[in-house]
Design a protein around this ligand. Structure first.
Ligand code: HEM
Length: 347
């Protein structure tokens, strides 16, 4: 299937088929491990023909970004990921790899702990078994395996850069906002892998959500904006014990999540795993932590604003996603953000 036709086909099929297709099993890659699975700082030592940015002194315990490549090099990585998303569009019943790549970028970043600057996207530690096997990360292996061939093609890129760049690529290729992205994360050794249990529990309420994100210094507005990513993809019983999509356009980035939160009629029900989730007649679902955004009056006001105005949501989302994937990292002034062109814009 040609790239452009493939993308259109995926979106059309996905929009029309909604959740009906989702009962079937997802395609699971055989698991091509990255070739430099445990190679610490290998990235810096090889394949650096051009020094684009240089080292600068770190401050306040932050990790300092280092860069060896040009914006054009990163655009090549973007293009390879975007093309592969189009070529392998049948994944997860034609939702495609976009959502799982966004979730991967969020989970590798969401381990950040401000108190000691541990976790986060900098060290690329998701590549180690301890983090990969965190029960909260079930299903993300598919995103990691998808990126294996990209990493082989561009062996100079660090895992942290690859995971976050893939999230940005996925959002932009799914018609989301432009997300200026900065390079320079450096692979760290296995002993820096954060312990399991740092990612959020979906069964909880608004207080929990607020406290959870306070750890990473996110405001109410930032939390509501971030959660809008749940317009994408779906929950899978075998991964999380929840089942179903949040909306109709599961591979098209939009403010649909907020509109569905406000406009669908939700019923709290037990699913096949015995977990409680909110279901609507349209076949959509919400996690308890999603529903917290309309149960809490402060959150609800922001949900209403984003439901009315997609442009404001897009602009806020782009800023907060950048903050998420850059948590704990200090970027020297000479490392400038790259704004990637989508594949469509390059045609
Ligand atoms: C309180 C915070 C959050 C909770 C409890 C939560 C929980 C979940 C759960 C349970 C799933 C289903 C996983 C599966 O069964 O495959 C999921 C999927 C997803 N989450 Fe979240 N999430 C949260 C925040 C976020 C944020 C901040 C983002 C991104 C900015 C995000 C992006 C996604 C995406 C794109 C998927 C779909 C993945 C797919 O289709 O494979 N989530 N989330």
């Amino acid at each position: 299937m040609s790239a452009a036709i493939g993308a259109r086909f995926t979106r059309a099929l996905n929009r029309n088929s909604l959740y009906l297709l989702a009962g079937a099993t997802a395609a699971v890659g055989a698991g091509v491990a990255f070739n430099n699975y445990q190679n610490g700082r290998r990235n810096q030592k090889q394949n650096s023909p051009k020094i684009w940015g240089t080292l600068a002194a770190g401050g306040a315990g932050l990790h300092t970004a280092e860069v060896q490549k040009s914006p054009q090099d990163y655009q090549k990585v973007y293009n390879a990921i975007a093309q592969k998303m189009q070529d392998e569009d049948e994944y997860d019943n034609y939702i495609g790899y976009g959502p799982v790549l966004v979730r991967l970028a969020w989970h590798v970043s969401g381990t950040f702990e401000k108190a000691d600057n541990s976790g986060g996207s900098f060290g690329g530690t998701y590549r180690f078994k301890k983090e990969m096997n965190d029960p909260s990360n079930k299903g993300l292996q598919n995103g990691f395996d998808f990126l294996g061939s990209i990493q082989k093609q561009f062996p100079w890129i660090s895992h942290g850069d690859l995971f976050t760049l893939a999230g940005v690529t996925a959002i932009q290729e799914m018609q989301g906002p432009k997300i200026p992205w900065r390079a320079g994360r450096v692979d760290q050794p296995e002993n820096t892998t954060p312990d399991n249990g740092r990612l959020p529990d979906a069964t909880k309420d608004a207080n929990y959500v607020r406290n959870f994100f306070a750890r990473m210094k996110f405001s109410d507005r930032e939390v509501v904006a971030l959660m809008g990513a749940h317009a994408l993809g779906k929950t899978h019983l075998k991964n999380s014990g929840f089942e179903g999509p949040w909306g109709a356009a599961t591979n098209s980035f939009s403010n649909e999540f907020y509109n569905n939160l406000l406009n669908e009629q939700w019923k709290l029900e037990s699913n096949d795993a015995g977990n409680k989730q909110y279901n609507s007649k349209s076949g959509f679902m919400m996690l308890p932590t999603d529903m917290a955004l309309v149960q809490d009056p402060k959150y609800k006001k922001i949900v209403q604003e984003y439901a009315k105005n997609q442009d404001v949501f897009f602009s806020d989302f782009a800023k907060v996603f950048t903050k998420l994937i850059e948590n704990g990292i200090e970027f020297p002034k000479n490392i400038k953000a790259t704004t990637f062109k989508t594949l469509e814009e390059q045609q």
